[in-house]
Design a protein around this ligand. Structure first.
Ligand code: NAI
Ligand code: MG
Length: 478
């Protein structure tokens, strides 16, 4: 255990009570490879109790709460998160190996989600629809009911903010199943929400294994909506499971996001974005930019500049707060190492330096001159690995950009306004950045994918439509 923790880490949070689970799981610090605490191993029975508790709140005060009241609670949660930024950052750094400044940014983003949705809560309106003579027709936005949230380990605080935050705003009651590798800040969030006055049972947190607690939540017959962020394989299982109960799902499944750098780009302005989007959170980011498409005329210059940056990158323990931390687990390190092995036929342009031992560290690696159909240019690696792919024409750049199974984020680096507009339409992705790149940034910006990146939109006002359903009321009054 360590000083920052002010809530029980090895319990379930169900119906506003910290309850024991029948078993616990060890929690490892990825920076050392050593276990330092335990979390609850939630069971199908625990999930069932959580769903029942959530359901009951819909028939009590929470079900009758006004948007204003919900907004005020979210505002208080946001305030408490901000006050606890430092503790939350240190807990997250220890739990998932994220360098401190990145963990701090996650805590601030969680607060921002609460602030944004606090303000948005009473600004979601319906519409009136012109209809037949003697009628007044209007729409109401209502909560789904009980929403299930299965989240990954890479950005727990941000993903709680964007999914649980939006769901609560619309008056849903939530059951959250955090990833087994990253439960501590989810439990902190439960403690903070409780302190902020969120009624008991409205948010339940059940840590546990994916195939146990996660699967039980996805298939529970009394869940009305599932949001999932994670791998394509599990996303596909979740969607199939939800189909049995005919409930809507939001899936956010990662990507192979490209940045297109043209001959007229400001390379020095682009450089920090190009590299950071690949190494942020050690590349374990759904919206990481793992492909850099470079016009042949600037390809050498760009490769040289990126290589220089890579050679200066330092990898170390999260609390040492270097450029890159460890990967989440030995398993994730094995996955990334296997991909690096598949790059043996490629030109390695540069790599960073591992400054620590014992944790799941891997040197960030930049490959150049990569053919667009190479495994490293097609598959999501989820590690600090980027490939540079040269192109000759704008059409070819678009064709390469659209050549993977994914479509989450893309960016266009060019001063040519017509090209910016043209490509923003032609590139398949849920978000397009022009002369910048926001890996997950911007709570205001609707976010989600096409293709194997998933479907549904989170963040911004758009998420509030996703976490509610529309009812049409047609009144005849003569
Ligand atoms: P995962 O998809 O297994 O885990 C994500 C969440 O799903 C966790 O909470 C997990 O407990 C839960 N889960 C696992 N199996 C489940 C099941 N059968 N039913 C219900 N819930 C289940 O991801 P994992 O194994 O941690 O990472 C493997 C790969 O997935 C990564 O290398 C990366 O490529 C991708 N990934 C993508 C993420 C993204 O942000 N889009 C986040 C995490 C992983
Ligand atoms: Mg951990």
């Amino acid at each position: 255990m360590f000083d920052e923790i002010w809530y029980p880490t090895d319990k379930l949070f169900i119906d506003g009570i910290w309850a024991d689970a029948s078993d616990v799981l060890a929690v490892e610090d990825p920076s050392t490879g050593k276990d330092f605490t335990t979390i609850a191993r939630g069971s199908a029975g625990d999930i069932d109790r959580a769903v029942t508790a959530a359901r009951a709140t819909l028939n009590s005060d929470w079900g009758k709460s006004t948007a204003l009241e919900r907004g005020r609670i979210l505002a208080r949660i946001g305030q408490l998160v901000l006050e606890r930024t430092e503790e939350l950052a240190r807990i997250e750094a220890r739990d998932v190996g994220k360098p401190l400044k990145q963990a701090r940014a996650d805590a601030v983003a969680l607060a921002r989600y609460m602030e944004f949705y606090a303000g948005a809560a009473d600004k979601i309106t319906g519409e009136t629809i012109p209809y037949l003579d003697g009628y007044t027709v209007y729409t109401l936005r209502e909560p789904h009911g009980v929403t299930g949230h299965i989240i990954p380990w890479n950005y727990p605080m941000q993903i709680i903010g964007r999914s649980v935050g939006a769901a609560l705003t619309m008056g849903n009651a939530c059951v959250l199943k955090p990833a087994e590798d990253a439960c501590l800040t989810a439990l902190a969030f439960a403690a903070i929400a409780d302190e902020a006055g969120l009624p008991k049972g409205v948010l339940n947190v059940v840590p546990g294994l994916g195939e146990e607690a996660g699967a039980a939540l996805a298939k529970h017959p009394d869940i009305d909506h599932i949001s999932f962020t994670g791998s394509v394989g599990v996303g596909s299982i979740i969607q199939a499971t939800a189909a049995q109960n005919i409930v809507p799902v939001t899936l956010e499944l990662g990507g192979k996001s490209p940045q297109l750098v043209f001959e007229d780009a400001d390379l020095d302005a682009a450089l920090p974005f190009l590299v950071n989007a690949g190494i942020q959170n050690a590349g374990q980011t759904c919206s990481a930019s793992s492909r850099i498409l470079a016009h042949r005329s600037i390809y050498d210059q760009l490769t040289e500049k990126m290589a220089a940056r890579y050679s200066a990158l330092q990898v170390g323990a999260a609390l040492d707060d270097l450029d890159v931390g460890p990967l989440i687990s030995a398993r994730q390190k094995d996955i990334v190492a296997e991909f690096l092995g598949k790059g043996h036929d490629l030109e390695k342009a540069a790599e960073g330096h591992v400054k620590a031992a014992g944790g799941h560290f891997i040197a960030p690696t930049l490959f150049a001159g990569v053919p667009p159909d190479h495994t490293l240019a097609q598959d999501e690696i989820f590690g600090p690995v980027q490939v540079i792919i040269p192109f000759d024409t704008e059409d070819e750049a678009v064709q390469i950009a659209n050549s993977t199974d994914y479509g989450l984020v893309a960016s266009i680096w060019s001063q040519n306004g017509a090209r910016q507009m043209r490509l923003a339409k032609q590139i398949s992705a849920g978000q397009i950045f022009i002369n910048n790149y926001g890996a997950g940034g911007g709570v205001e910006l609707p976010f989600g994918g096409v293709g194997k990146s998933g479907h549904g939109r989170e963040k911004g006002f758009e998420a509030l439509y996703g976490f509610s359903q529309l009812k049409t009321v047609a009144a005849f009054h003569g």
